[in-house]
Write a protein that binds this ligand. Structure first.
Ligand code: PLP
Length: 444
């Protein structure tokens, strides 16, 4: 799109745009999953989004079940969010100086998750988890970090490690370019396996700074924590003097008013030491956060010795989008999302069963994803080894069929499906009508 003109509906095609992008951007995309590598075909190049719909540059409209990978809680271009962004932009795009809206956004987060006693705003979830690890190491004076296989916490070097199955292993890097020394400071444990974690603490307890976990994993497909699993993490970390970091970048203020903590920790009466948030708190613009215990957070510069900073941190336009989104996200928003997700989950499962496709539609709050194969169908999927044993190849055909019918599902079997409060009955009906053919494609 030469001289800065906006891509117009009916103008250049996604195929042309993708070819051009591949020549100048690695893979043609600025985040790998967007390239459709797992499902094949050309990714639609998006021209605009409105409510539950996306329109691509070819002029095709889709019901969007990706929702910007989480932020679009209210649907795309919600008028009040757009208005807040426009008003903030008109006052200036960024100052690198404090603004009142940052305090308001932090107060909104704290009112929903009181254990986030102090909060530092950053721009991406990756920065949030990276800072949480640095804080945990500084606070405990220890160097090792425990993560769970299949949990994603952004592209932090130390967290790009996910060793194979079996009992905990000192990790090898999962990405080229991560040094063995960094990877060796991360211990990877199978998800939902308390015994494996107990063993790791028995062996390395004195050196473990933190256990970091997705509050409810949704980056290996959705694999909900077993009953009491997160509470066990809390118990073991307290027992061994390590911090518990609950990564709620994805679940935070998406699965409920107080995030996953509101569905579990609140009821069970416990909280983590540190939380990371992202996605929804930026309403589609780059805002993320790390928050938690005051004594830990006070170690951050300029109060303490842990350095962390950002030119764009607390950017006023991004902050305005997040604040407007959270202020609109009342309990009725979550009730609608839960209901819509429940309908989609049930009907997807019904369509797959009708076609005889062995499957498990896994879910955690309003997040869900389909996993295929007899083992998944019989027992559900509880950890990453089980995810890897699923018939994930079935997903490509299902995805392609949905896309042809105007439904934009996640372009990977290992991602959650996202529903927004803007998914009204008309949008849901379009998805439901596409399920029978999609299930037939998955059966082939
Ligand atoms: N943590 C979780 C649980 C996530 O789902 C993600 C992104 O998908 C991240 C961290 C990283 O966030 P970002 O992509 O904003 O760096």
């Amino acid at each position: 799109y030469g001289s800065g003109e906006a891509p117009t509906v009916g103008g250049r095609t996604s195929a042309e745009a993708f070819a051009r992008a591949q020549a100048v951007i690695p893979g043609g995309v600025n985040s790998p999953v967007r390239a459709f590598g797992a499902v094949g075909g050309t990714p639609p190049f998006v021209a605009s989004g409105s409510g539950p719909y996306l329109t691509d540059v070819d002029g095709r409209e889709y019901v969007d079940l990706v929702g910007s990978w989480g932020p679009a809680l209210l649907g795309h271009a919600h008028p009040q969010v757009v208005e807040a962004v426009q008003a903030a932009a008109a006052r200036g795009l960024g100052f690198g100086a404090p603004t009142v809206a940052e305090v308001e956004l932090v107060d909104e987060i704290r009112s929903r998750v009181p254990a986030a006693e102090m909060v530092r705003l950053v721009s991406t979830g990756t920065e949030a988890t990276m800072t949480a690890l640095r804080l945990a190491r500084a606070h405990t004076g220890r160097d090792l970090v425990v993560k769970f296989a299949g949990c994603y916490h952004g592209h932090v070097d130390a967290l790009l490690a996910s060793a194979g199955s079996g009992v905990a292993t000192l990790a090898l890097p999962d990405s080229a370019g991560v040094s063995a020394a960094v990877a060796a400071e991360t211990i990877v444990v199978p998800y939902n396996d308390v015994e494996a974690l107990e063993q790791v603490f028995a062996t390395h307890g004195e050196r473990i700074a933190a256990v970091i976990t997705e509050a409810a994993p949704a980056n290996m497909g959705v694999v909900p924590p077993g009953p009491g699993f997160n509470a066990e993490l809390r118990r073991l970390t307290v027992e061994h003097g390590a911090l518990l970091i609950q990564d709620e970048v994805l679940t935070g203020f998406r699965v409920g008013y107080s995030g996953w903590w509101g569905l579990e920790g609140l009821r069970e009466g416990w909280a983590a030491d540190l939380y990371t948030f992202g996605k929804v708190i930026g309403g589609g613009l780059p805002v993320a956060a790390v928050g938690g215990r005051r004594d830990v957070m006070r170690r951050l510069a300029p109060l303490g010795p842990v350095y962390q900073a950002g030119t764009l941190s607390g950017n006023p336009v991004a902050t305005a989008a997040g604040l407007a989104t959270l202020r609109l996200a009342d309990s009725s928003v979550y009730a609608r999302i839960d209901q819509a997700a429940g309908v989609l989950r049930t009907e997807l499962s019904r369509a797959l069963a009708t076609e005889g496709v062995p499957h498990s539609v896994q879910w955690a709050g309003s997040l869900f994803s389909a996993m295929f194969g007899p083992a998944a169908a019989d027992e559900g999927v509880r950890d990453y080894a089980a995810v890897q044993a699923t018939e994930s190849w079935r997903y490509a055909a299902l995805h392609r069929s949905l896309l042809e019918a105007g439904v934009y599902a996640p372009p990977s079997p290992f991602e959650a499906w996202f529903v927004s409060a803007a998914h009204d009955d008309a949008a849901l009906d379009r998805v439901l009508q596409a399920f029978p053919d999609a299930a037939r494609a998955a059966a082939a």
